[in-house]
Write a protein that binds this ligand. Structure first.
Ligand code: NAP
Length: 315
């Protein structure tokens, strides 16, 4: 038994993040929701808040293990791992960490576009392997500045990506469920029309069941053999089987991906492709931004405990 009121749930907390939370509240730590059942009854009875990190599903059955649970504070803007409807039904508040990570994720999206189009991974390998000296110049690649970019999901991050791409003189198109105020960007009511109009299709949707396979075979077909798809959202938002088929067949030009269906054990078909740039889900992974996310997660828990307004509520 412990006197903990806070449960840290997730294997990914670093030492600084763990210390910040544990210094604020008496805490216990489990590596994932599947391990919550292993806590003894008396410890579970004291838990009022969960600081959650990671992508393993956290559902109603786990919430029911904690009779005094009042808040699940997610580390991250995307809370698709948490069953929010189940939390709401139990009167449990859910919070996330929006906005503080927009810049980093948008920066990575731009880096992915440049790395894919300019074949920077292939180029680095050409230098490191000695092929540059043996075989000479790289085959020519594709121009980014002035190309057409299509954002799927013009939310907080999507908008930051579009803002950055205007500095590359790109023509900005987007698809959202409704038309937005923009500085003259072109709206498409459906993602197929968007994909047909652009060179780079950048997916910035929320994850979860509602957007599963939002970018499907038809969208990829419309993007065409020189089109490149970039995903910094969640692996679920693109039909991954359709994407792999299109990349293998060359019916799209390439992909640059930070997120996958089965992380970190991604489909091995990706590893055999040379028209992809692959990243290990590191969109918000800078020292500065992770610290800001950790502070916002803690601010939400403190507000709950003190009975003041939650800074960034989800439900
Ligand atoms: P946001 O502001 O809520 O924007 C999300 C976009 O998703 C909006 O454009 C919204 O469309 C769209 N959307 C939501 N529900 C939808 C539905 N049912 N059908 C169709 N479209 C829907 O979120 P954000 O802060 O930009 O974050 C976006 C996502 O990025 C997060 O949820 C997370 O999964 C991901 N992310 C990834 C990383 C990484 O490390 N790679 C880091 C942070 C975040 P409308 O415009 O029509 O409302």
């Amino acid at each position: 038994m412990t006197d903990a009121t806070l449960l840290l749930c997730g294997a990914g907390f670093n030492d600084e993040e763990r210390a910040r939370l544990s210094n604020a509240f008496p805490s216990v730590h489990v590596d994932g929701p599947d391990l919550m059942e292993g806590l003894d009854d008396a410890t579970r009875a004291g838990i009022r808040a969960i600081a959650f990190k990671g992508h393993k599903p956290l559902g109603g059955a786990q919430m029911d293990l904690f009779p005094e649970l009042g808040i699940i504070a997610n580390f991250g803007v995307g809370y698709d791992a948490i069953d929010v409807a189940a939390a709401t039904a139990r009167g449990v508040r859910v919070t996330n960490t929006p906005d503080v990570l927009n810049d980093d994720v948008a920066d990575l999206a731009v880096a992915l576009i440049l790395a894919q189009a300019r074949r920077m991974v292939v180029g680095a390998d050409r230098v490191a392997s000695g092929r540059w000296a043996r075989e000479g110049e790289m085959p020519l690649n594709r121009k980014v500045s002035g190309a057409k970019a299509g954002i799927v999901g013009l939310g907080r991050i999507g908008r930051e990506i579009a803002n950055r791409l205007t500095a590359f003189k790109m023509d900005i198109h987007y698809h959202s469920r409704s038309e937005k105020e923009t500085p003259g960007w072109t709206y498409h009511a459906d993602p197929v029309s968007l994909a047909g109009a652009v060179d780079f299709l950048i997916v910035a949707l929320v994850g979860g069941e509602e957007t599963r396979n939002y970018v499907g075979r038809e969208v990829l077909q419309a993007l065409g053999p020189t089109g490149v798809v970039v995903n910094i959202s969640r692996g679920t938002t693109i039909d991954e089987a359709a994407l792999l088929d299109a990349l293998e067949a060359g019916t799209i030009g390439g992909a640059a991906l930070d997120v996958f269906l089965n992380e970190p054990n991604i489909d091995p078909r990706f590893l055999a492709l040379d028209n992809v740039v692959l990243q290990p889900h590191q969109g918000s992974g800078t020292v500065e931004t992770r610290r800001a996310m950790a502070e916002l997660q803690l601010a939400n828990i403190k507000a709950f405990v003190e009975g003041t307004a939650l800074p960034t509520p989800v439900n």
